[in-house]
Design a protein around this ligand. Structure first.
Ligand code: CP3
Length: 343
């Protein structure tokens, strides 16, 4: 089973050309069918916790474009929500939570964690039975640091200053918070794999704002702990690390954390990406704005990635999520360009 799942094969180190392709945030507001289902669900969180509708929106980009991987539809913030932190998504403002103080760290409640997340596990099980055999199913979670930035500030912030301050003022509380998140998130990934996920991705979207010591303590150490825990149960399942904005810190991230594959943001130079391929698969890294612009900007971006990275293990992807204003025609154009590349 799974022999024909190209994304899975590449994540394990094989080279395929043309490379298999999926897009971060491929189920989302740029699709009219997503907006329609989202309306039916009520709130965004209702959609995340409704297996029938979450399955539907996960399948939408697969039906429309035939991507080689489907990613579970959920959000990274269901983990703190399942630990008892409040969470709501406000139209146009993104996630809102009650900001956390160091004392709140001890109050995180793990008792109902898996019960609260059981709709997500059901979504994964249902997806594996409904997806085409050859489509890789990806599970995911947020990395502890990125999840912590929202828990501490209570909302998205431009520079994650509240979380950086929290760590400097109370390093012990920060350590306990990240350890708790790492343990719970590892269990969360293990359950997703039990339910049928072929591989998993750990999103560290805000790792780019940290100084050297903080990057090691907040990004590398907790993800390394998660990888050890997941591997102890599922040694063969690839884990994609995505330390967005990591810059030169990408160079030893795979070795230090133990992740199988590296998700690259669009600022990573292709020469560096090529070197990173020496250690295993890379995924990325088209600038999502090239997809919005279309035309020559899109074609040149696609071609450059294929030319430099196409001869090694590559999962074609964006360097971050697709944005709501990206035209569907441009997604189709990108797919034709990648899949027609052998001609
Ligand atoms: O990739 C996929 O298609 C799977 C689904 C997915 C979502 N969020 C759905 C979503 C995934 C993998 C995520 C991860 C996520 N969520 C991250 C890490 C990746 C990244 O983008 O950096 C982060 C930081 C979050 C937190 C989050 N969720 C924010 C900041 C927002 C608001 C911003 C926005 O785009 O509105 C969300 C909401 C969200 N998560 C939406 C979707 C489709 C849009 C909400 C809506 O439909 O109203």
């Amino acid at each position: 089973m799974g022999d024909e799942r190209k994304v899975l094969q590449v994540l394990k180190g094989e080279t395929r050309f043309p490379p298999p392709i999926w897009m971060m945030r491929q189920a989302g507001r740029y699709l009219p069918e997503y907006r329609e289902t989202r309306k039916r669900a009520g709130s965004f969180l209702d959609l995340c916790y409704n297996p029938e509708l979450a399955v539907e929106v996960t399948l939408q980009p697969i039906r429309r474009f035939g991507f080689d991987a489907a990613i579970l539809f959920s959000d990274i913030l269901v983990v703190p929500h399942a630990l008892g932190r409040d969470l709501r998504f406000e139209e146009g403002r993104g996630p809102m939570m009650t900001p956390m103080s160091p004392r709140d760290v001890e109050q995180l409640n793990r008792e109902r964690f898996h019960v609260n997340l059981s709709p997500v596990y059901e979504t994964v099980r249902e997806l594996r039975s409904r997806l085409p055999r050859e489509t890789t199913l990806l599970g995911f979670c947020g990395a502890p640091w990125t999840v912590a930035t929202y828990m501490i500030a209570g909302h998205g912030t431009p520079d994650q200053a509240p979380a950086r301050l929290f760590g400097y003022r109370d390093p012990e509380a920060m350590k306990r918070l990240l350890e708790t998140l790492a343990e719970c998130s590892a269990e969360y990934l293990i359950r997703q794999i039990d339910a049928g996920a072929d591989a998993v991705q750990v999103f560290d979207s805000w790792s780019g704002v940290l100084d050297e010591a903080s990057f090691d303590a907040y990004c590398v150490a907790p993800v390394a702990m998660m990888v050890r825990k997941v591997r102890a149960v599922h040694p063969q399942v690839p884990i994609i690390g995505f330390p967005k904005g990591g810059g030169s810190r990408y160079d030893d991230y795979r070795e230090k954390t133990g992740v199988s594959a590296l998700g690259l943001d669009w600022t990573v130079p292709l020469a560096q990406a090529r070197r990173l391929q020496g250690g295993g698969a890379v995924q990325g890294n088209l600038d999502p704005m090239r997809l919005v612009a279309g035309g020559a900007a899109l074609d040149m971006g696609v071609d450059a990635i294929l030319e430099v990275l196409g001869s090694g293990p590559l999962v074609f992807n964006l360097g971050h999520g697709i944005t709501p204003e990206a035209p569907i025609e441009n997604v189709e154009r990108m797919l034709r360009r990648v899949r027609g590349a052998w001609r």
